[in-house]
Design a protein around this ligand. Sequence first.
Ligand code: GPP
Ligand code: MG
Length: 286
Amino acid sequence: MTTTVPATPVLRTAFQRSVAAYWNDNQQDPVNLRLGDVDGLYHHHYGLGDYDPSVLEGPQETRDQRIIEELHRLETAQADVLLDHLGAIAPTDRLMDAGSGRGGTSIMANQRFGCQVDGVTISEYQVGFANEQAKRRQVADQVRFHFRNMLDTGFDTGSRRAIWTNETTMYVDLFELYAEFSRLLEHGGRYVCITGCYNDVTGGRSKAVSRIDEHYTCNIHPRSEYFKALTANNLVPINVVDLTAQTIPYWELRAKCSVATGIEDPFLTAYREGSFHYLLIAADRI
Ligand code: GPP
Ligand code: MG
């Protein structure tokens, strides 16, 4: 398969350069590496489902590690929920992970479907880290990570059976993003998004949502923006799932752990006050 290398540079704007710098240099919070070290699947997303309260009991010396393992289990469960919504995928299909981080969701997709996966990220550090993981697992010929911009990937038109974004859309303009996904997906191809979005019903960006934006250098979109941008690009929702209630336990547990980063309270406040949702959207390309 031929792949056109994008004519424009990967990082087009000062904002994109600052986001890339954040993900290249932001290694000071141990949370993602400590969780990934549990079994070698490194995630950059949050968790879903109830935690086992027994992790909080038992010997004090091992309590923190028990919590870390439980948080990791919930993050892997989140990626499984995302993959559940991709529909039937054959080993000959090609998938794309837009904003692939350290590679966890892509590697899980390959394990589940046995097909080729391309991850794209604007962090060269993440490209290197994720490709190393694929090599260690001996799937580097099937799972490849690229230093590319998800707004302009250079992959062939109609080459993708499915694409997902696992908590990455808050870094980009959704109309530009879905124009590119619409180009890449075959007819009937599936797009799955898990995201945090603010609630149009409660009004504008709440203080807690602004604190999350500030923490990650991102720009959380209102819920309505997703549906406008999907519709404008021939992507028709088939499933919309409000995951908010299922992600709150993850944040409650994370707040009790040594690797808490300080962003736990804004998430809990935003979700509980209803100014913010954790949402899954699956849409088909027509
Ligand atoms: C980071 O995951 C996720 C984002 C930057 C996107 C923001 C998500 C929203 C739902 C608003 P991470 O695993 O790198 O974050 P942390 O280091 O806090 O665990
Ligand atoms: Mg994390």
